[in-house]
Design a binder for this molecule. Structure first.
Ligand SMILES: NC(=O)c1ccc[n+]([C@@H]2O[C@H](COP(=O)([O-])OP(=O)(O)OC[C@H]3O[C@@H](n4cnc5c(N)ncnc54)[C@H](OP(=O)(O)O)[C@@H]3O)[C@@H](O)[C@H]2O)c1
Length: 239
């Protein structure tokens, strides 16, 4: 087991990519704190974690709210112990032509995807810095690597996640902490179904494909690191 008795916080772990990451990490012996706003969904995820013989805790949390994040991380540490891995996966998508975006659309996209990553990372870092070890894995998007029409707020937020990732990779290397981003193309999840209802998704990736990449980053040799991974459906084009 590659993550035996490690502890991970996975945000947005109630469904989709976050749940798949929680399951694959638990397959490797990792205890999981599952954070999201919907209690029933994270409780289901934790049942899947416990069925694999690992410990878990479902913690309702809005990653865009500093106090909610502070309390959630404190409860995760109290329940499971020091955090080895943080997966910043919680995200929302609002795809519209730029002039149709409201300020509320813009602000909620930034708040969850970018500020949520900032808040959760700041909340776990004191413990990681004190121990001189840790991994932070940010679930970004191909929209963080290239422009996509009608995704301006989401592209801006995910480009921000990639900028934050690379800056922290540099800033935290002296503390033994790895910071990474995964930039997936289309993955069949509720987010994709709601944001792109008319797209044919027959050959799109599944959440477990992204989870497998997160597992690679979580278990990569300590001599090496990987900053940003673009993972795409097999039939698409490299960037
Ligand atoms: N699906 C794709 O095609 C695709 C491609 C590239 C990147 N991504 C990224 O992958 C990540 C996961 O998305 P997904 O596709 O798996 O979507 P999903 O199935 O809709 O899951 C999103 C998760 O994030 C949680 N979440 C949303 N807002 C939150 C908030 N304010 N606080 C805490 N949790 C919150 C949701 O739970 P609650 O609503 O209950 O809070 C849910 O558990 C996102 O960062 C997304 O941008 C997705």
């Amino acid at each position: 087991m590659m993550l035996k008795n490690k502890v991970a916080i996975v945000t947005g772990a109630g469904r989709g990519i976050g749940r798949a990451i929680a399951e694959q990490f638990a397959d490797q012996g990792c205890h999981i704190a599952a954070l999201a706003r919907s209690p029933e969904e994270i409780e289901e995820t934790i049942a899947l974690v416990e069925a694999r013989g690992c410990r878990g805790v479902a913690i309702p949390c809005d990653v865009a709210d500093a106090e909610s994040v502070r309390k959630a991380v404190a409860l995760a540490i109290e329940t499971l112990g020091p955090i080895d891995i943080l997966v910043n996966n919680a995200g929302v998508a609002c795809f519209k032509p730029f002039m149709e975006l409201s300020l509320a659309d813009w602000e909620s996209t930034m708040a969850v995807n970018l500020t949520g990553t900032f808040l959760c990372t700041q909340a776990v870092l004191p413990g990681m810095i004190a121990r001189g070890a840790g991994k932070i894995i940010n679930i970004s998007s191909v929209s963080g690597l290239k422009p996509i029409a009608e995704q301006s707020a989401y592209c801006a937020a995910k480009h921000g996640v990639n900028g934050l990732t690379k800056t922290l990779a540099l800033e935290l290397q002296a503390h033994g902490i790895g910071v990474h981003a995964i930039c997936p193309g289309g993955v069949v999840t509720r987010l994709a179904n709601e944001a792109m209802p008319d797209r044919d998704k027959t050959d799109w990736m599944l959440p477990e494909d992204v989870a497998h990449t997160a597992l690679f980053l979580a278990t990569q040799s300590e001599r090496a690191t990987t900053d940003i991974i673009h993972i795409r459906r097999f039939e698409s084009s490299p960037l």
